[in-house]
Design a protein around this ligand. Sequence first.
Ligand code: SAM
Ligand code: SF4
Length: 468
Amino acid sequence: MKKDFINEEEIFSFLEKGKNPDPIEIREIIAKSKGKNRLDPHETAKLLHVNDPELLDEMFKAASQIKQDVYGNRIVFFAPLYVGNKCINNCIYCGFRRDNKKIIRKTLTKEELQNEVKAMVRKGHKRTILVFGEHPVYDADYISDVLQTVYATKEGRGEIRRANINAAPMDVEGYKKLHDVGIGTYQIFQETYHHDTYRKLHPKGDLKGDYQWRLYGLDRAIEAGIDDVGIGALFGVYDWKFEVMGLLYHTIHLENTFGGIGPHTISFPRLEPALNTPFTIGSKYLVSDEAFKKIITIIRLSVPYTGMILTARERPEIRDELIPIGISQIDAGSRIGIGGYEEAEKGLIPEKEQFQLGDIRSLDEVIRKVCEFGYVTSFCTAGYRAGRTGDHFMSLARPGHVHRYCMPNAMLTFKEYLLDYASEETRMAGEKVIQDELNRFNKNYPDRGMLLEQKLKQIEEGNRDVYI
Ligand code: SAM
Ligand code: SF4
């Protein structure tokens, strides 16, 4: 087998040499991150070994500062939409694996899909990630049909404006079909970057058993023209320090291969219990809350520009604590059973779910909570539609221009949400956040403040999908 870019020997050697790091060096590394520079692997390896509470505290504070500098008081909301859970693979950690006979297999019909989209839109969602098991029926043609149906479905004054995909890796031809129908981000999690562990978790002969097909899956997506790709590792199946290094190596590989464009987002799902799936509670690598906080902090410091996604797998108190440390996107009001949004009123449906969700608060409740942090909720998709993706997004993000474009657009979409979907309590909390942010924006960008106020007024007058 040819060598790939996950050089395990090198990773283990950096991890070994990084032990007992010198505080002076750690502070130099933190300063490099604060200057918005991506770290090199030997630097990240040192951060992974910091245990001193004072230094850790400095790292948490630096991560929050970077998040603030790059993304501002803004957090993007989305919700997953599970389209089908048929699967020909047998990943031992997943409730959807083919040998799990306790799971009900289901693929949404076109009508059910439309109903799911409408149920999401009625709650106020504008962005989704479509999730599929790996099965011959979920091929590129099928997924592109699903994408078109999702975009074409309208409900009241709303619709889904950006649909991302989390599905098996494809060939370049397949990705091109998705590109042609307006896919957002293509997301593939490597699960574990450790070759031997990967082999143990994914039986030989399964399509998913091919480590390198998966590892280079996003290279093929970019070759096919998909600008935004998302990487991730499933934390809890192998040593978390190694996986953070793996994510960094993957980022560097994409940057080096595609002219500086790294992944658009990084995800770090923690293994959650799943129906009839004992591995999920028996793994010896399960990640504690304390280690999880370090993981998020170190990823933020290592790749200051990359979006970071924290899902509703996590419990509310963990999410509330970790969001300010570096998260740019969260899901809320999520349902991960097939048909889950329509059935939501009837309670959860474990036989159709991939794993158990930790945060089952409604979208409205989570939005109210992030208002308490002073954050603007963003459902914004203007950047993509105005072509601000891939390298263009990065060139904007670097000098901090995200604030000039993304913050006003976030406010506009938040205003729409507050008028159309929010409870009275959330509306009041949200209007205050918008007003505070508007005051700040007027001060920082007096040339743009008037334009923003005009656009906000247009929304009050009944216009929708208004952006700058
Ligand atoms: N079937 C496709 C694949 O495997 O790439 C995409 C969908 S799969 C349902 C999405 C992700 O769910 C996987 O990549 C994995 O990281 C995550 N996952 C699987 N089992 C999980 C569990 N028990 N807890 C948390 N996340 C899990
Ligand atoms: Fe199938 Fe994906 Fe679950 Fe593996 S992780 S069993 S491929 S749905």
